[in-house]
Write a protein that binds this ligand. Structure first.
Ligand code: HEM
Length: 224
C-alpha cells in the first residue's frame, strides 16, 4: 500500500472517530440554530447565483457590469452556497433532539423529521452540487451537455424553495418570508424575460423588418 493511500485512510478514520465522539456531546440548541441560519444563507446565495446566471444568459447586465465579473461572482457564489448547504446539513448530525444520521443527509426522504420536505432539500443539494461541479468539467463534457446539465439548477432552486418554505421554522418571520418572495420574483421575472428573448431569436424576422433594418435586395439571400 502506498504512503499516500495510508495517509488518506488514516485521515478518514480519524475524522470518522472524532465525528462519532463529537456526536456523543450535548450541544443544546446550538446545532439546530446553526442549521437554521446556514440554511437561510445557503438559500440566499443560491438565489443570487440564479440571478447572476440569468443575467449572463439574458445579457441584461451588459453595459452595467462586465460579463467576466458577473461570471466570476456566479461561480463563486455557487461554491459558497454549497459550503453553507454542507454546514446546514452537517450541523444536524450534532442535534441531540432530532438525531439525524449520515444516511438521512445523503438519501432523499430518509430523514426522521418532515421526510418529504427535507427529502426535497436533499435532492436540491445533490442537483446543486452536480451543476456546480460541472463548471470544472465543461470542456470534458462539451458545451451542449454542460448547458443541459445547467438547466437542473432551475429544479434545484424550486426544490430548495419548497424545502425552505415548508420545512423551515422561520418561514412566518417577515424578513424570511420577504426573502422568499423577493428571490422568487427576481428568478421568475428574469426567467420570463429569458424565455421572451429566446423565442424572439427563434422567430424569423418578417420581410418588412428586414427592409427596415437596411438589408438591401443585394444583401438578401437570392431565391432560386
Ligand atoms: C442534505 C440536504 C438537506 C437537509 C438534510 C436539510 C434539512 C433541513 C431541516 C431539517 C430543516 C428544518 C429546520 C427548521 O425547522 O428551521 C431545513 C430548513 C431549511 N433548509 Fe434545509 N436541508 C437540506 C438542504 C437544503 C438546501 C439545498 C437548501 C437551500 C439552498 C436548504 C435551505 C433551507 C432553508 C432556507 C430552511 C429554512 C430555515 C428556517 O426556516 O429557519 N436546505 N432544512
Amino acid at each position: 500500500m502506498s504512503t499516500r493511500v495510508l495517509v488518506v485512510a488514516s485521515l478518514l478514520l480519524a475524522s470518522l472517530a472524532s465525528g462519532l465522539a463529537l456526536r456523543m456531546g450535548d450541544y443544546g440548541t446550538a446545532p439546530w440554530m446553526l442549521s437554521r441560519g446556514s440554511g437561510l444563507v445557503a438559500f440566499g446565495l443560491l438565489s443570487l447565483s440564479m440571478v447572476m446566471g440569468l443575467l449572463i444568459s439574458t445579457k441584461a447586465a451588459d453595459g452595467t457590469l462586465s460579463r467576466p465579473f458577473v461570471f466570476t461572482i456566479h461561480q463563486f457564489v455557487s461554491v459558497l452556497s454549497l459550503a453553507f448547504m454542507a454546514v446546514h446539513g452537517g450541523a444536524l448530525l450534532f442535534d441531540g433532539f432530532l438525531r439525524f444520521g449520515p444516511l438521512a443527509l445523503l438519501v432523499p426522504f430518509a430523514a426522521p423529521y418532515r421526510p418529504f420536505w427535507v427529502g426535497l432539500g436533499v435532492i436540491a443539494a445533490w442537483s446543486a452540487a452536480a451543476v456546480t461541479a460541472s463548471f470544472w468539467f465543461r470542456k470534458r463534457i462539451g458545451q451542449r451537455n454542460w448547458r443541459r446539465l445547467h438547466y437542473a439548477s432551475f429544479g434545484a432552486y424550486v426544490l430548495a424553495l419548497g424545502h425552505g418554505v415548508f420545512s423551515g421554522t422561520d418561514t412566518s418571520l417577515p424578513l424570511v418570508a420577504g426573502m422568499y418572495v423577493i428571490s422568487f420574483a427576481a428568478v421568475a421575472g428574469l426567467l420570463t424575460y429569458r424565455i421572451g428573448v429566446a423565442s424572439r431569436k427563434a422567430r424569423p424576422a418578417p420581410a418588412g423588418a428586414a427592409r427596415r433594418s437596411g438589408m438591401t435586395s443585394a444583401a438578401r439571400p437570392r431565391s432560386r
